[in-house]
Write a protein that binds this ligand. Structure first.
Ligand code: KG4
Ligand code: ZN
Length: 351
């Protein structure tokens, strides 16, 4: 008897991506953390449907994401977001499920129980509609959020800042990229969330801290910038410095806005310096930021200020910065490394 997996998935002759020569409609599912999302994107750039079910309300009760609860919420939402995406595609573009070129799903990094929900849904859709399945790396997908609604083409220097990762990436082509540096301890988003908790802000801390920082004085407190080799980063010392600062008020009323602004100033200037140096070294004139923290007002302002120095700067619109499935669909289209493999499994950390 033939291996059923081989029988069902031998579609390697179907070309997908910019070289395919025909219109691609990719449906993707994202469920790596606390958003259940489904999207349909035409040719990697044009969003036909985009649905996101956020779990913020649930996790706010616990002050953070509880993996088991998150996975159960994904199960509750997954069919709803898929149905809604199909319905939007039908209404907006007359696209039916049979018109989908391939189905894609995030395979990692992320919370394993959460990833399994979206990945199995995407694989099932591929089987039902007899189409290829494409497994997508969540970090690559964040970068690809920049292709949506733009004409951006590699090469470019990218800064990826999310809840779990901080990387400077040399993107040479759609499928060839090199990590030049990354954090040696906390990711930027993690540092935001931890500092937010230290000063008593509710979950999700990052965006709240950003808001308060905009009302504060960034020069109020001098916080130390970690000296780390090359293009690597470290943010745990900064977090400890904020802890010490908070303790120094010894229960007295804290200038919360000034603490937030000073922290944000330190983080954003560190990121700017290294990103600019990497772009200069490689001679790139295009700079890209991506990931949830790319929604941060000061990081965006500083990096967009490089336009005055002749750089073209790209950042996804806010809804494509934090987790969404449109970026996953775009990645399945552009990143031809991960093609048509139903056997692909989830992973929690970057291998
Ligand atoms: O990319 P993302 O949605 O999920 C991961 O893949 O990790 O990023 C979530 C992170 C969280 O740490 C959140 O606090 C942070 O992005 N974040 C922000 C802002 N918006 C989201 N951090 C600082 N300022 C913001 N405006
Ligand atoms: Zn993410």
């Amino acid at each position: 008897m033939k291996n059923i997996k081989e029988t069902l998935f031998t579609k390697k002759n179907i070309e997908i991506g910019p070289e395919s020569g025909y219109d691609n409609y990719i449906m993707a599912i994202e469920s790596s953390c606390d958003e259940t999302a489904c999207a349909i994107v035409k040719n990697g750039r044009e969003v036909i449907a985009n649905v996101v079910a956020s779990q913020i309300k649930t996790h706010a009760k616990f002050g953070g994401v509880i993996p088991e609860i998150a996975a159960r919420e994904h199960l509750d939402s997954i069919n709803i977001v898929i149905e809604e995406a199909f319905s939007q595609a039908k209404d907006i573009a007359g696209i039916n499920p049979e018109d989908i070129t391939a189905f894609a799903g995030t395979v990692g990094p992320g919370l394993v129980g959460c990833l399994l929900v979206g990945l199995n849904a995407a694989k099932t859709l591929a089987l039902v509609y007899d189409k290829p399945f494409i497994g997508v790396n969540h970090l690559n997908a964040h970068l690809c959020g920049n292709y949506i609604d733009t004409e951006l083409k590699p090469p470019f220097m990218a800064l990826l800042v999310s809840g779990g990762h901080t990387q400077i990436i040399d993107v040479k082509s759609y499928s060839e990229q090199y990590i030049l540096g990354e954090t040696i301890d906390d990711a930027v988003g993690e540092a935001y969330d931890k500092v937010a908790r230290l000063i008593g802000l509710p979950y999700p801390g990052g965006p709240r801290l950003d808001k308060l920082a905009q009302e504060g004085n960034p020069k109020a407190f001098h916080l130390p910038e970690a000296k780390v080799d090359g293009y690597n980063f470290s943010f745990s010392g900064l977090k400890t410095a904020v802890l010490r600062l908070v303790k120094s008020f010894d229960g007295k009323e804290m200038p919360v806005n000034d603490i937030c602004a000073s922290f944000q100033e330190c983080v954003s200037s560190t990121l700017l310096k290294k990103l600019k140096r990497a772009a200069e070294e490689k001679g790139y004139k295009q700079i890209v930021i991506a990931g949830g923290v790319a929604a941060n007002s000061e990081i965006r302002r500083k990096i967009f200020s490089l336009e005055k120095e002749g750089y073209s700067v790209f950042a996804p619109s806010m809804k494509y910065c934090t987790d969404n499935a449109a970026m996953v669909a775009s990645c399945a289209y552009f990143n031809t490394n991960t093609f048509d493999d139903i056997n692909v499994e989830v992973f929690s950390r970057v291998k």
